[in-house]
Design a protein around this ligand. Structure first.
Ligand SMILES: Cc1ncc(COP(=O)(O)O)c(C=O)c1O
Length: 385
């Protein structure tokens, strides 16, 4: 067989890593292996495959809850982009979050978490972990002194979001990794809002990085999926957890995410440029109280964001129109191009009004023409008093 390479550049690996023409049919695109089980010629071959797959050896298949070739292609692609030894995909971002925490925590352990995180992740540590005798301390992850002070002798994990939801604060990953490791704890980073195209937390000292692949990795709002990357030693227990909790990714979802990741660098460039334009437009308008975008000099973490991200700051922004809940709804309800929706990371721009969260609006900026987005936002603002 011809020797192949993934290349070295990020965009080349986003396309090539994990993917090869199918060795049996020569299909160029990675097939959806829609099969529950895999068949063997002999009892001995079946035994060997089962033993190897359950020892978490890559490329060993006997049953798709445990491992599947389409899912494996996505794992190899993401591991390459994160600079990780291994990765494991799961049925959703929450499957990845819960499998990671349950694989690496036991009753009696303590977890330090960011105090502003995705709402369902918060339910996990407000309800599910305490019920299992795992203590949780929420901390402002931009306050290194508070993180240091939160450690207990039984602290095992520090869990951060690399850009917080919805106020888009950025923690100093390297500084937090240093504190966590000094206390013998792991640092786990949810990098969903930024993606490896902008930030690779393992390069800054995190031990595991996870994503709702539903968002930027898929990029088209058509799949629900999750992925965790790190060393094989840390990934193997998570793989086992997804198997025992039945959180296997669907090969069809993995096929969609594989296709999405190939254009991640292109979408990241387009989304970041559009978001920078919209953020500047909103900040200059007197009907807007404030705008939070890491690329703006007014962002509290702008200097850190510049150090970590360079000159592209992602496609998420949050702002507060004047007029409270009425002003918020006046804006969103008069848009003609952008849709109101709770997800993010899509090529379509989505606005997420949050009446119970200070009447702010979180925007996941898509890849449309910037002029069209500015026109739609100007229309929305024209109804804000
Ligand atoms: C930061 C973050 N982490 C995890 C999740 C969970 O992902 P999923 O919806 O795929 O379960 C989300 C979902 O919005 C998210 O925003």
């Amino acid at each position: 067989m011809r020797q192949r390479t993934d290349g070295t550049g990020f965009a080349t690996r986003a396309i090539h890593a994990g993917e090869r023409p199918d060795p049996t049919t020569h299909a160029h695109n990675t097939p959806i292996y829609a099969t529950a089980t895999f068949a063997f010629d002999t009892a001995a071959q079946k035994e060997e495959a089962v033993d190897r797959a359950l020892a978490w050896e890559p490329g060993q298949y006997f049953y798709s809850r445990t491992s599947n070739p389409t899912n494996r292609a996505l794992e190899e692609k993401i591991a390459s982009l994160e600079g990780a030894e291994d990765a494991v995909v799961a049925s959703s971002g929450m499957a990845s979050v819960s499998a990671t925490l349950f694989a690496h925590l036991e009753a009696g352990d303590h977890l330090i978490v960011g105090d502003e995180v995705f709402a369902i992740t918060k339910v996990l540590w407000e309800e599910d972990l305490p019920r299992r005798n795992i203590a949780v301390t929420p901390v402002d992850m931009c306050d290194l002194g508070a993180i240091e002070a939160a450690f207990l002798p039984n602290t095992k994990i520090v869990f951060i979001e690399t850009s917080t939801n919805p106020r888009l604060r950025m923690p100093d990953i390297a500084a937090i990794a240093e504190i966590a490791h000094r206390h013998g704890a792991l640092l786990i980073a949810d990098n969903t809002f930024l993606s490896p195209a902008l930030l690779r937390p393992l390069e800054h000292g995190a031990d595991l990085v996870l994503h709702a692949a539903t968002k930027y990795l898929s990029g088209h709002g058509d799949a629900v999926s999750g992925v965790v990357s790190g060393s094989k030693a840390l990934i193997d227990p998570i793989r086992k957890q997804t198997d025992t909790f039945g959180q296997a990714a669907s090969p069809f979802s993995s096929f969609l995410v594989l296709r999405g990741v190939r254009t991640l660098p292109l979408r990241t460039a387009a989304g970041s440029a559009n978001a920078a334009r919209l953020a500047a437009f909103l900040e200059a308008d007197p009907r807007v109280e404030w705008v939070r975008y890491p690329g703006l000099a007014s962002h509290p973490d702008h200097a850190l964001a510049t150090r970590l991200l360079g000159d592209r700051f992602g496609a998420m922004l949050t702002f507060k129109p004047r007029g409270g809940v009425e002003g918020m709804a006046a804006f969103t309800d008069h848009l003609r191009l952008c849709d109101i929706g709770v997800s993010l990371g899509d090529v379509f721009t989505l606005v997420y009004p949050r009446p119970k969260d200070g009447a702010i609006i979180r925007v996941s900026v898509g890849c449309e023409d910037a002029d069209d987005l500015v026109e739609d936002f100007a229309l929305g603002l024209s109804f804000v008093k």
